[in-house]
Design a protein around this ligand. Structure first.
Ligand code: ATP
Ligand code: MG
Length: 347
C-alpha cells in the first residue's frame, strides 16, 4: 500500500474521556501514521447519542475532552483533520442510502452490536439508531473514502459490515465506493478493564483515563483485579488473563524486565502489590508527557474551536463529493446542488 496516497478515517464516540484502551487500540496507530497518510479523526457525536439520547450533556461535554485527548497523545492539527460528525449532514444522507442494503437480521447478528446490546440490557427495546450504528459508521468510513481504519478488535465486525455495504453498493450501482480495511495493533487490540472484564470501555467504569492524575492512576492500579486463584504472594500466579500483565505488555518500555517479572510471578516469587507498584510507575511515566501536552492545549481553548470548526468544514466538502457520486451512481437526479443556482432548472 502506498502510504502517501492512503486515506485514514478513525474516530471516537464522545461518551467520556479517552482511556488506555483507546491508546493501544487506535490512538497509537493514528499517531504513528499521521505524517504519512491523509488522516481524518471523526468525533462521532451523533453515534454517541444513539445510546445517550436522554443524556445529551454527556456527549456535548465529551466532544471537547475527546479532542483534547487526541491532541494530548501527539496528534498534530496541522497534519490531521478533526471532524465533528453532526457538522456533516451529508453523512446522514449516505446512511439513508446504505440502510436499504442491510437487513435487520444482519444487524442483530453483528457480534459487536449483540455484545453491546447485552451489556446495556436493551433486548427488543434497543433504540433503532443504536442498532443501525454500523450503517452510519459505514457512511463515515466511505464518505471520507478511507482505505485504512485503525481500530481495536471490538470494532472489526463493524468495519466488516462497512465492507459488505461497499460490496453490495458497488455491485448494484457500479464501482463507486472505496473498499476499506481495518488496521489493528499487534499488542493491545483489546485492552482488558481494571475489573478483569475483557474490554476497558468508556461506558464501563473500568478505565484508566489518559487524563487521570498520578494519584488516581496509582489508586486505580492498586485496586485492580489480578489472579483470583492466588491467595498468597508465594502461590504460583497466572499471567495469562491477568490485566496487570496485559498493561505491562502494552506500556512497559523494558520488555525484558516484564519477562523476568512474569517468570517470578509464575514461580510465586513476587507479590501482587510489588507488580502493581511497578505498573503504577510505568503508567504514570507514560502519561506524563500526555498530561503536559493536555495542560498546554487546555490553556488555548479558542484554538480548539478553530481546529474543530475548520476541520469539519474541510471534511464536509469531501463527504459532499462522495454523496454526489453515490446519488449519481444510484441514478437519482442531483437536485440539491442545483437548487441554489436555479430552481427553475428542475421544475
Ligand atoms: P463506549 O464504551 O462509549 O463505546 P469505547 O471505550 O468503546 O466507548 P469507542 O469510542 O467506542 O470507545 O472506541 C474508539 C476506538 O477505540 C475504537 O477503535 C475501539 O476499537 C478502540 N477501543 C476502545 N476500547 C478499547 C480497548 N479496551 N482496547 C482496544 N481498543 C479499544
Ligand atoms: Mg465502543
Amino acid at each position: 500500500m502506498d502510504l502517501a496516497k492512503t486515506v485514514i478515517l478513525t474516530g471516537d464516540r464522545p461518551t467520556g474521556p479517552l482511556h488506555l484502551g483507546h491508546y493501544t487500540g487506535a490512538l497509537a496507530n493514528r499517531v504513528r501514521l499521521q505524517s504519512q497518510c491523509r488522516t481524518y479523526v471523526l468525533i462521532a457525536d451523533l453515534q454517541a447519542l444513539t445510546d445517550n439520547s436522554d443524556r445529551p450533556e454527556i456527549v456535548s461535554q465529551a466532544v471537547w475532552e475527546v479532542l483534547l485527548d487526541n491532541l494530548a497523545v501527539g496528534l498534530d492539527p496541522e497534519q490531521v483533520t478533526f471532524v465533528l460528525q453532526s457538522g456533516v449532514p451529508e453523512l446522514a444522507e449516505l446512511t439513508q442510502l446504505y440502510l436499504n442494503l442491510v437487513t435487520l437480521a444482519k444487524l442483530q447478528r453483528n457480534p459487536t452490536v449483540k455484545e453491546e446490546m447485552r451489556e446495556k440490557g436493551y433486548g427488543a427495546n434497543v433504540p433503532a439508531g443504536f442498532l443501525c450504528y454500523p450503517v452510519s459508521q459505514a457512511a463515515d468510513i466511505t464518505g471520507f473514502k478511507a482505505d485504512l481504519v485503525p481500530v481495536g478488535e471490538d470494532q472489526l465486525p463493524v468495519v466488516e459490515q462497512t465492507r459488505e455495504i461497499v460490496r453490495r453498493f458497488n455491485s448494484i450501482y457500479g464501482e463507486t465506493l472505496v473498499m476499506s480495511e481495518a488496521m489493528m495493533p499487534a499488542v493491545g487490540a483489546r485492552l482488558p478493564g481494571t475489573d478483569g472484564r475483557a474490554k476497558m470501555g468508556a461506558s464501563l467504569a473500568n478505565a484508566i483515563n489518559l487524563s487521570d492524575p498520578p494519584g488516581v492512576v496509582r489508586e486505580k492500579v492498586m485496586s485492580m483485579y489480578t489472579d483470583p486463584t492466588r491467595k498468597r504472594a508465594t502461590d504460583p500466579g497466572h499471567v495469562e488473563g491477568n490485566p496487570v500483565f496485559a498493561y505491562l505488555d502494552a506500556f512497559d518500555p523494558d520488555q525484558d524486565r516484564v519477562s523476568d517479572l512474569k517468570a517470578a510471578y509464575r514461580a510465586g516469587r513476587v507479590g501482587d502489590v510489588a507488580v502493581k507498584e511497578h505498573l503504577a510507575e510505568v503508567l504514570v511515566d507514560f502519561l506524563e508527557p500526555i498530561r503536559e501536552r493536555r495542560t498546554w492545549r487546555e490553556r488555548r481553548r479558542d484554538e480548539l474551536r478553530d481546529i474543530l470548526f475548520s476541520g469539519t468544514a474541510q471534511g464536509r466538502q469531501v463527504v459532499a463529493r462522495t454523496l454526489e457520486k453515490a446519488l449519481a451512481a444510484v441514478g437519482l437526479p442531483a437536485v440539491a446542488d442545483k437548487q441554489a443556482a436555479s430552481i427553475s432548472e428542475v421544475v
